[in-house]
Structure formats: C-alpha cells, structure tokens
Design a binder for this molecule. Structure first.
Ligand SMILES: O=C(O)CCC(=O)C(=O)O
Length: 262
C-alpha cells in the first residue's frame, strides 16, 4: 500500500483557505500509484478553540466532507482526512474522517480523550463511541487522534478487532516531542501493527508543533520521519504482509491471559 502523508502547516481559523491549500497540494502530487493520502488533526481550523463554536461544520452539511469526497473520487485515492471540528446538538467534536476512493465516507470517529493541558474540555465535547476498525482494500485499519496515543487500551482494542494499520493525525507540541516519538513506536511494537502519523509543524498561539510525522513498521522500525520544523510530503510503501510475519515470530496475541487482567 502506497501512502502519502501531508505534514501540513495549518492556517488558523480559515477552513476555506485550508481546503484550497489541500486542493492545490493534491493537484501538485503524482497520485497515479498512491493508494491513500493522510492529513493532520484539525487541519481546517488549527487549535482556534474559542472560535470553533462559530466555525465548526454541521456534519450533515459539511463543506469539508464534500471536498474530501470529491477529491477522493477525482483522484481515485482513499483519504484519511485527519480530523476537523464538527458541531452537533450545540456541542463541538474533534472528528476523524475516512473516505474511500469511490468518494464514500466509510468511518468517522470523535476524539474521546480531551486534553487538559490545552483546556480542551472548556471548548470541545468528548466522543461517546468507542473506536472501531474500518476496511479499505480488504485491510482492517484504525484511527485515533493525537492525545489518544497516550491510552494504550483503545489501541489494543483496535488490535484485537484485527487492525493492521493505525493512523494518528495530530497537532502534538514540540515541548513533548520525546513522548510522541516513543509512544508511537511503542504502540507499533506492542500491537504489532503499522503506525502512520501525521503531525503538523509550525506555530499557533505560542505553541510550536513537533512535525515528525512517521511511518513505523510492526517491528518498531521507523521507516521514514518528517522534519520537526517544516511542512513536507512523505511517501512510503508499506508491506502489509509483514504484520502476520511479526505476529508469528513473536506471538504475543496467543500469549495473552485476558482472564487475569480484562
Ligand atoms: O498529549 C499530548 O502531549 C498532546 C496532545 C495534543 O496536543 C492533542 O491531543 O491535540
């Protein structure tokens, strides 16, 4: 599977400008052999938390969902659409979107863990549904968002549902980059799955973000890593059959004793 990660610097508070930016980026890419493209967390707005109540999109009438569906169909590419702010029943959620290459929304997930360090609970509501795997080209995959990376139990839940490839869109700050690097590799090793991350670089509201988007294989090898500071595009081919090989060599899923800890 060929994946293109857009480690995008986000324009704060301007969904239209960010859609145009992604549209232009798509036009510039060589996409004929690409299976999936990935965007970062909150790529339409950045973390403009006090403004989200006004600029979050209604899920049923979302310009961004329409844009992603049209792009997926036009370029015949799956889109792991990072996440965007959506508003439902007066509450704002941070929602990940997955669109297949026929332009259909196949999965969404509302980030369940809110970040105290960013005062998120004052502006966002946590998702109320657990994570589920989704399938693209017959492969089971999952997505969690940024801070969720700190909660191994939800990622293990995806692994037990058969997830082979986990996506983590993020706006992770540079001040905690050491955690980002270690935890994303740890999730790949402990769950024996590919982990693909897309974290924005740049700055907003006094926070510098860490970039460092990465492709990590099920053995924990970092196949490729983005820069800390700059916007960039990362392209990587993943050999998904490696998941079965690693799980056979180190059969942790067979060794589990859930009766003692579930
Ligand atoms: O967990 C962290 O250190 C960063 C989390 C975060 O920035 C986010 O979830 O947006």
């Amino acid at each position: 599977m060929n994946i293109l990660v857009y480690q995008m610097d986000v324009i704060p508070g301007d969904p239209q400008a960010n859609r145009e930016k992604v549209g232009k980026w798509l036009e510039e890419q060589e996409l004929h052999d690409v299976d999936l493209i990935m965007l970062p967390e909150m790529w339409t707005t950045a973390y403009t938390l006090p403004e989200l109540d006004d600029i979050a999109e209604e899920p049923a009438d979302s310009e961004t969902v329409r844009f992603l569906k049209e792009s997926a169909e036009r370029y015949h590419v799956h889109i792991m659409g990072g996440s965007i702010a959506v508003k439902r029943d007066g509450k704002v959620f941070n929602r990940a979107l997955v669109i297949n290459n026929a332009g259909e929304l196949v999965y969404h997930y509302d980030k369940m863990h809110l970040v105290p360090m960013l005062n998120e609970p004052a502006y966002l509501s946590g998702g109320e549904e657990s994570v589920r795997v989704f399938e693209l080209d017959g492969v089971k995959m999952g997505v969690v968002i940024c801070y969720d990376l700190r909660f191994p139990e939800i990622i293990r839940s995806l692994a037990l549902q058969g997830c082979k490839l986990l996506f983590i869109p993020a706006e992770w700050p540079d001040s905690r980059r050491a955690h980002w690097d270690v935890l994303s590799a740890a999730r790949a090793v402990e769950n024996q799955m590919y982990v693909v991350t897309c974290n924005r670089p740049g700055e907003y509201d006094g926070i510098t973000f860490a970039g460092s988007s990465a492709f990590i294989d099920p053995w924990g090898n970092v196949l490729q890593k983005g820069s800390v500071e700059h916007e960039e595009t990362l392209r990587q081919e993943l050999e998904l059959s490696n998941v079965a090989e690693v799980r056979e060599n180190v059969p942790v899923f067979d060794s589990r004793v859930p009766s003692l800890y579930d």
